[in-house]
Design a protein around this ligand. Structure first.
Ligand SMILES: Cc1ncc(COP(=O)(O)O)c(C=O)c1O
Length: 452
């Protein structure tokens, strides 16, 4: 694998894009200057500082697959809030349900009927029958880890090398060169050495999983069924089924975090590959943009958990949150699942993602680049290596921060927002062929600037 060689040219091209960007976004620049005083790094959440260019775009409004910024520029949004808006922005059904519910009260610490309807819909889609709701996928993962430790009496969890499951302490682990589990670099204020809590596993390596489980220390295997957060890494045939079997053999709880891989279809990779996990985690898009997470359990795991709960201290046991399962987010989930994230829409979304993949791969082939395109349903990504990565470490090695920043800023100046992590796109039910064509034109022009 060879990195892009002409770094001077890359720096020059990037500076040209910065000049175009700055000229096109005076209102965003002023808004960002004004925010320096009251916000850390000038943004409400640190990651928002990572966009390419000297300041982020400030959004004015969004609908479907498009948004407008403060300067009146219109964008096709392939980032879609890094999955939070994979349903499209402000879907009509969700907006109606949210407006109705907020007028009737948003949060009570009491259930509303929507919650059980959501449980039923998710049970049918993912095959696990009992559900809980949180405010984020991060929270769902945290709760799952606690439940798993409690019911197994074991201390460690196993995750994939270079995984991401939200800001969950136990998951910020990678393998060092000797194969030891260590903290990921820049893990802010970690509470303890990661080797105390976690065993990190290379993706697509069943032997490593078996060695870890045989130690008897592992309560839970928490994985994305295809990595999406170090770029896309796809499971080899038999890998997920093999993990499932090993989990049964060593009595390790088998959990699929489908927060991102829901892009594979209505029941994520769980349904697509006919898997039978003990637990499923969801979040982001299921609320149509309203904050929510979900955690589903098999009957067996649900009864093990229930038999461990003491009613008297159920509110201080480390699982839950005052606003979790609130009426507003439950109304949003019901409308989004029933009317937006439908089977029919998933089929349409995937068709457009296939078109995007073909367009992108064709340009790569025409220029004989050592790059490739991967896809999980309506999520696609190109990476700077000739073959699809088999592990998180391989995907990590292919990263090129400056090259990625140039391509992202070039996209922005062409009226397209990609995810700020890797070169990833998401297709929503509102995305059109015209949007996909806009990406083709941008990608062709960016590749010609780099290699022409
Ligand atoms: C697989 C996966 N799980 C969980 C999360 C956490 O989601 P949130 O930040 O919305 O809690 C993410 C976020 O990117 C994710 O990719």
């Amino acid at each position: 694998m060879q990195k892009y060689q002409d770094r001077n040219r890359l720096a020059e091209l990037f500076q040209k894009e910065v000049a175009v960007y700055t000229a096109k976004h005076p209102a965003s620049e002023i808004a960002h200057e004004g925010a320096q005083e009251s916000l850390l790094n000038g943004v409400p959440m640190l990651w928002m500082a990572k966009w390419p260019g000297p300041f982020p775009i400030y959004v004015d409004s969004a609908k479907g697959a498009r948004f407008q910024d403060l300067d009146g520029n219109e964008f096709t949004d392939f980032c879609l809030g890094d999955t939070g808006a994979m349903s499209g922005h402000a879907p009509d059904a969700t907006v109606r349900a949210v407006q109705e519910q907020i007028a009737k009260g948003a949060t009570f610490m009491l259930p509303t009927k929507d919650a059980s309807i959501n449980g039923e819909i998710l049970s049918e889609r993912f095959g696990v029958p009992k559900w809980q709701f949180t405010l984020s996928a991060t929270d769902a993962n945290r709760h799952l880890i606690r439940f798993a430790r409690q019911v197994t009496g074991r201390q460690k969890i196993a995750v994939h090398d270079y995984c991401y499951h939200g800001s969950v302490d136990e998951t910020f682990a990678v393998l060092d060169e000797q194969g030891n589990t260590v903290s990921r670099p820049n893990n802010i204020g970690k509470p303890t050495a990661l080797s105390n809590t976690t065993i990190s596993l290379p993706f697509n390596d069943l032997d490593a999983a078996e060695r870890a489980f045989a130690s008897g220390e592992v309560a839970l295997l928490l994985i994305e069924p295809g990595l999406t957060n170090i770029g896309i890494v796809l499971p080899e045939p038999g890998y997920l089924e093999g993990l499932q079997e090993l989990c049964r053999k060593y009595e390790v709880i088998f959990a699929l975090d489908e927060t991102h891989t829901l892009s594979a279809g209505i029941g994520g990779i769980t349904k697509r590959d006919n898997l039978a996990p003990d637990a499923v985690v969801l979040g982001k898009t299921i609320g149509g943009g309203v904050p929510v997470g979900a955690l589903g359990f098999s009957s067996e795991l649900a009864s093990r958990i229930a038999s461990n709960l003491e009613l008297e201290s159920i509110d201080v046991g480390g699982v839950g949150g005052t606003l979790a399962g609130n009426a507003l987010s439950m109304a949003a989930v019901r409308a989004t699942l029933q009317e937006v994230l439908t089977e029919e829409n998933f089929v349409k979304m995937e068709e457009l993602a296939v078109l995007w993949q073909q367009n992108t791969q064709r340009i790569i082939d025409e220029h004989k680049l050592d790059w490739q395109v991967s896809r999980i349903g309506c999520r696609g990504e190109y990476s700077f290596r000739a073959t699809a990565p088999l592990t998180g470490a391989e995907a990590h090695e292919a990263e090129d921060f400056e090259l990625g920043q140039f391509l992202q800023l070039h996209a922005i100046n062409s009226g397209i927002l990609m995810t700020p992590f890797h070169n990833m796109i998401l297709i929503s039910p509102a995305t059109t062929e015209e949007d996909v064509e806009k990406h083709r034109v941008h990608f062709q022009s960016a590749v010609e600037a780099l290699f022409g």
